[in-house]
Ligand binder design. Structure first.
Ligand code: NI
Length: 188
């Protein structure tokens, strides 16, 4: 059983905009292994710090292939360029059981830092580009359901309500703060 609990849609921490990290402290380093563990157990290919309740600007990822450049930790990621359009059915560990086809740029240029604080810059295409865009959204308090069209949003709303109701016995954040539901589904 992973030691970190993945936060689900409706949890306010998923809506925080994380501040730029000025240093990579021992607390962050200590949690990395646990984040990978939670991500693999889910299973998923990316996990942003807010998804485990840590409002800091980094995410872990592993596309699960031979290419070692496609796994690691990215701190303070920034997209500096993008090109093309690519449709892909996205899922999110914070919205289990839901996948939506979403169009985003096909390729991007990314900068950031690794866990040692070194600057990194790379180009990403298709799945890797999608992963970075999705996880970077998490660091800005944005969820994939913010990218849906009207019909997709209706489906998602129904599903999230079911998800909330099935979590019997746990306090329901939507119940506590009704405005959360509106924020969760703001469209842009
Ligand atoms: Ni996600």
């Amino acid at each position: 059983m992973p030691s970190l609990r993945i936060r689900l849609v409706g949890d306010p921490v998923l809506r925080h905009v994380t501040p730029e990290m000025t240093d990579i402290d021992a607390e962050v380093v200590a949690v990395i292994d646990d984040m990978f563990e939670a991500m693999y157990a889910a299973p998923g290919i990316g996990l942003a710090a807010p998804q485990v309740g840590i409002s800091k600007r980094f995410f872990v990822y592993d596309l699960g292939d031979e290419d070692e450049s496609r796994q690691g930790v990215l701190v303070n990621p920034r997209i500096t360029g993008s090109d093309g359009e690519w449709y892909f059915e996205e899922g999110c560990l914070s919205i289990p059981g839901q996948n939506f086809e979403i169009c985003r740029p096909k390729s991007i240029e990314v900068t950031g830092r690794d866990l040692d604080g070194n600057e990194v810059a790379f180009e990403a295409d298709e799945l890797m580009a999608r992963l970075v865009q999705h996880e970077l959204d998490h660091l800005d308090g944005v969820l994939m359901i913010d990218h849906l069209d009207e019909d997709q949003a209706k489906d998602a709303k129904r599903h999230v309500r079911e998800l909330q109701m099935s979590r019997a016995g746990t306090p329901d954040p939507l119940e506590r703060e009704p405005s959360l539901l509106r924020r969760t589904f703001r469209l842009r």
